[in-house]
Ligand binder design. Sequence first.
Ligand SMILES: Cc1cc2nc3c(=O)[nH]c(=O)nc-3n(C[C@H](O)[C@H](O)[C@H](O)COP(=O)(O)OP(=O)(O)OC[C@H]3O[C@@H](n4cnc5c(N)ncnc54)[C@H](O)[C@@H]3O)c2cc1C
Length: 341
Amino acid sequence: MTVARGVWVLGEQRNGRIHPVSYELLAWGRALADDLHVYLECVMVGTGITAAAKSLIAHGADRVRCLEHSELLTFRVDPYARIVESLVREHQPEILLAAATTMGRTLMPVLAAHLHTGLTADCTGLSIDPNERLLLQTRPAIGGNVLATIKTPEHRPQMATVHPKARRPLAADPSRVGEIVVETIDESLLGSRVLRLGFEEDLTMASSLQDAELIVAGGRGLRTAKRFSDLFEIAAHLGGVVGASRCAVDLGWASHAHQVGLSGKSVSPTTYIALGISGSPNHLAGMSSAERVIAINSDADAPIFQVADVGLVADLADLLPRWLDRLRARKRRDGQGGLGG
Ligand SMILES: Cc1cc2nc3c(=O)[nH]c(=O)nc-3n(C[C@H](O)[C@H](O)[C@H](O)COP(=O)(O)OP(=O)(O)OC[C@H]3O[C@@H](n4cnc5c(N)ncnc54)[C@H](O)[C@@H]3O)c2cc1C
């Protein structure tokens, strides 16, 4: 049997520009490659990427493999899968990571099936078992009540997807040295049964949620739709946007575009204010890379307090109207919000 070697991440490009999620993947991959003492490689499929490949090295890659062709500008699963599969078969990486984006979620299951190996989707944690050198793939399971750690002991590569924004990229180090390999593409792999008719950008607020520096998020603990709707005014005072737990979305208080978590958006704001959110693993999966978490909950034992930098045990039915009054008063007085004291 060939010995599998190296950690690979599957970078992404949009219209020939490297997508930021590629740098996040490199941060995940770098930690694993360092633990295994192996190379970290980034595979880029698309067009116009070789010129920008140096930035991938600056962000942690030891080698970048560029697969360029005008036919590969936009993602179509059949040629992408054939091309990556043939590269994986040739070089036998031991680990292959991708982002849980539309591309990663579509491509990775197809690749895993073709390569007869396992895939753990939507991991919230990845590490290396020091004894067996196996990839430990952690993700919420059984309704989010447990964190399951999954291994792929018998098949290679060990494959996993991770949520975008679940980890911050490493700081760029332009002095890092690496190799850029321009791969030759076998034209017979380019055919596709998919005809691309066009592209419509998602203009919902989902993207502003992912780019926001401050998120005011509400959960079932707000108790009423009216109280949840107050979050929009609070967020406006603070210059932030509104996030929601899945329970709040299921109750009809917010649209799915606001949902943060495993089956919603992953966010990485400077400040995340969690109001009446218990902090289930499925919710934490979407906001664990926030720089600062402020939690308000009436239950001192709520799990959200375990990840909070600042925690307040309080009844939101009582606190929210008073907070809003202070924000309004401050705005009348100073013309600006602040956190309202
Ligand atoms: C496959 C799957 C995917 C999922 N994906 C997601 C996801 O993407 N995002 C997500 O959020 N969830 C997701 N969930 C659901 C998740 O497991 C939890 O059920 C959900 O996050 C709980 O939402 P919550 O914190 O608003 O409600 P609860 O867990 O009910 O928590 C409410 C909190 O409010 C507090 N509270 C109550 N009254 C007050 C008050 N008056 N003042 C202050 N605090 C109060 C309570 O102490 C409690 O901690 C998923 C579940 C599954 C099975």
